[in-house]
Design a protein around this ligand. Structure first.
Ligand code: PEP
Length: 251
């Protein structure tokens, strides 16, 4: 794997002015760090602004979620076909906040990943254990179950188009980052799970780490053998920090 990826998940943050600054920052980062693919995932209402602002650059845009249906009576929801129609190329699926707050089960996550793929969107599929699960030594079994359900629902052929993000729930937005060794251990496990199907799928699938990645810890994480970049929440809202994180992929 030679390329890296850094994804900015803005969550429910940002307005038009802030989006403008983040777009400029991402375009600068992309220009100075050729070997990284940068993806911005703004809230739905800012997608058009980000797509227009990034046109002509290599920065790509993604949604933060998609509905399981294509259209119809689903007030407040957005479908994969709508994201694709707007010019998105990616969509985050199964973020732990969607799983814990909005009922996205492993099966729903697998189905959403398949649906995204069918609309030409590259799903960025999040997996990861809670603090409770880690303390009970269940990290590997939880991640294995989550990844297995993706295989069952979407098929291994969804990779390498799909991207997997290991995001330990206890590290998201807490300032408590997984150590590089902890992250590498789970990334190695995920790579092995994909390898059951095909070595080339495993080698060519991007595995991102997410959970309190900051400018000062990104390099130590990205240097690990199976970590191909990051899914960044809080730090993606600061153009300087995001730029440093993108630079840190060049290790
Ligand atoms: C995330 O929301 O995907 C995330 C990793 O957040 P943070 O970087 O703020 O921990």
């Amino acid at each position: 794997m030679t390329r890296s990826m850094v994804v900015g998940n803005w969550k429910m943050n940002g307005d038009k002015a802030q989006a403008g600054a983040l777009i400029s920052g991402a375009i600068t980062s992309q220009a100075e760090t050729e070997a990284v693919d940068i993806v911005l995932c703004p809230p739905f209402v800012l997608i058009q602004q980000v797509i227009s602002g990034c046109s002509g650059s290599k920065v790509a845009v993604g949604g933060q979620n998609l509905n399981l249906n294509t259209s119809g009576a689903h007030t407040g929801e957005i479908s994969g076909s709508m994201l694709s129609d707007q010019g998105c190329r990616y969509v985050i699926v199964g973020h732990s906040e969607r799983r814990s707050l909005y009922g996205d089960t492993d099966t729903i996550v697998g189905k959403k990943a398949a649906l995204a793929d069918s609309f030409g969107l590259r799903p960025i599929i999040c997996v990861g254990e809670t603090q409770f699960e880690r303390e009970r030594g269940a990290t590997n079994s939880v991640v294995e179950r989550q990844v297995q359900t993706i295989f069952d629902e979407a098929g291994p052929g969804i990779f390498p188009n799909a991207i997997l993000a290991y995001e330990p729930v206890w590290a998201i937005g807490t300032g408590q980052t997984a150590t590089p060794d902890q992250a590498q251990e789970v990334h190695g496990l995920i790579r092995k799970l994909i390898k059951q199907y095909s070595s080339s799928l495993a080698e060519n699938t991007l595995l991102l780490y997410g959970g309190s990645v900051k400018a000062d810890n990104a390099r130590d994480l990205f240097v690990m053998g199976d970590i191909d970049g990051g899914l960044i929440g809080g730090a993606s809202l600061n153009p300087d920090d995001f730029r440093e994180i993108c630079r840190a992929t060049q290790v």
